[in-house]
Write a protein that binds this ligand. Structure first.
Ligand SMILES: *[C@@H]1O[C@H](CO)[C@@H](O)[C@H](O)[C@H]1NC(C)=O
Length: 465
């Protein structure tokens, strides 16, 4: 179904001179300004110097995008994975490690799950806990900017939104991870848009909605019906600061974009990469930068919000070295549409509008065969979910989370927690995320959700670890 490119087993520990710095580099060392320009080598600096293994795999989607899927196959103490497999078998455990798939948020990359380093960032904690950790990178970010026949300078490279990430990127990356690891199913952790794409992939279009591929040729190609990812593939999923219904987003840049309208955005910014240029950032960050310059740390922070008291200021240069990681104007326009949504509790496919003679030449009639874009059927999701929200989150607002909970079928939501004072980026950047959040995440992933507070419900599966 998808063609996988030559598996690039980058044995990065050999390729990188930094590796010689040894295993006990303190976390502070990572705040050295990043001079590396190759995106993979730059990302590897977050992993390899600390003695963790890192693999980079190229995965091609059905519509030709070449994504970089990263893997930390085991923790640093587990030097000989083969030996460990033997040990696991002799202890009556499955030979392969359980696979966990981490999916980053909007304008972020796999780096989001790594930037706080070993002992703090989730990817390392999971590797140390015995997981085979896979980190996705969706189309258009710094690590996934290739296509089988389109160049990133070509407008056609950028004609997608999170609909396509859900329809093509997730299935391709997940199936690749499962095939390579030999596991039959995986556990999932998404942050922000990383939750959106999972929900979209598991839900599929409501009703008889069938969704055309934008890259299948003239006026869309093959029609897709039903969920992009079969329910059985994802054992359970953790949603960090989820965004599905997005009516109540209060992020200033997104509100500004929502006020623009889709065609205005395309006219102003083009139909290609969303480049937060200096002028644009000034316009979109707006009063935030003027009133409180220290808040204006990056476009991503302005967009998403973070909690200054929960941020290690010495790590800012590091964060800014990895974000914003890039996306398309159309994707930002889709988010703006979600903010403008007339019905509060619905999650819709991209709205191409009804003017088939528009700037882009695309319209709903042509793309979907209907005047309105289809909705996602959130009640079709059966995967056990844990939802973690933040009371100060401007993108994943408590009100929209309430709508999400109401939209899910009965029994699907196994755990729902709200973190006081948490903003959108605290879920990945927060100093106290390990203490307040990741323990619960690990427990839920292991199937141990029987006694996780008053909102926990349902059966705890058997603990795998
Ligand atoms: C949504 O999914 C549920 C469960 O699969 C199904 O019963 C329902 O008919 C679907 N709703 C729509 C509008 O497609």
């Amino acid at each position: 179904m998808l063609r996988c490119l030559s598996l690039v087993f980058c044995v990065l520990s050999l390729a990188l001179s930094l590796a010689s710095a040894g295993r006990d580099v303190p976390a502070k060392a990572a705040t050295i300004p990043i001079l590396e320009t190759d995106p993979l080598a730059k990302l590897a600096k977050l992993v390899v110097p600390y003695g963790y293994p890192l693999e980079a795999h190229n995965v091609e989607t059905k519509d030709g995008f070449i994504l970089m899927l990263l893997r930390i196959p085991h923790g640093r103490t587990d030097v000989d994975a083969a030996f460990s497999a033997k040990l696991r078998r002799s202890a009556g455990m499955p030979a392969s490690r359980p696979v966990v798939f981490l999916q980053h948020g909007l304008l972020d990359s796999a780096a989001g799950f790594l930037v706080n380093g070993p002992g703090s960032s989730l990817a390392f904690l999971l590797a140390d806990a015995g997981y085979d950790v896979w980190l996705g990178n969706v189309r258009g970010n710094t690590l996934s900017r290739s296509h089988a026949f389109l160049d990133a300078s070509d407008e056609r490279f950028w004609q997608w939104s999170y609909d396509e990430m859900a329809a093509y990127d997730l299935p391709a990356m997940m199936q690749y991870a499962l095939r390579t690891s030999g596991a039959r199913s995986l556990r999932y952790v998404g942050h922000s848009q990383g939750t959106t794409v999972l929900l979209a992939a598991l839900a599929g279009p409501a009703g008889a909605g069938r969704v055309p591929s934008q890259h299948g040729g003239d006026g869309g190609g093959e029609l897709m019906g039903g969920p992009a990812v079969p329910a059985g593939l994802v054992e359970r999923a953790v949603l960090l600061a989820p965004v599905a219904v997005a009516k109540h987003i209060s992020s200033v840049p997104l509100l500004t974009m929502a006020a623009m309208g889709t065609d205005d955005m395309f006219t102003l910014m083009g139909l290609h990469e969303f480049l937060p240029s200096q002028e644009l950032v000034a316009q979109l960050e707006g009063r935030l930068c003027v009133v409180q310059p220290y808040l204006c740390v990056s476009f991503l922070a302005a967009l998403c919000g973070y909690n200054p008291s929960n941020l290690d200021i010495t790590r800012l240069p590091l964060y800014l070295g990895y974000t914003p990681a890039g996306t398309s104007v159309q994707n930002m326009a889709h988010w703006a549409q979600a903010v403008r949504a007339r019905e509060p509790n619905s999650m819709r496919y991209f709205d191409f509008g009804n003017n088939c003679a528009s700037f882009s030449g695309r319209c709903n009639q042509r793309m979907y065969g209907s005047v309105e874009p289809p909705r996602y059927n959130l009640t079709a999701i059966t995967t056990p979910l844990a939802v973690f929200g933040g009371s100060q989150d401007r993108l994943s607002t408590p009100l929209d989370l309430e709508y999400l909970r109401e939209s899910l079928g009965p029994g699907v939501l196994k755990l729902s927690k709200n973190l006081e004072a948490y903003e959108h980026l605290d879920f990945v950047w927060g100093i106290d995320a390990k203490k307040l959040l990741y323990g619960d995440v690990l427990r839920f992933l292991s199937g141990d959700d029987d006694d996780m507070g008053p909102t926990a419900a349902g059966q705890g599966g058997s603990a795998v670890l």
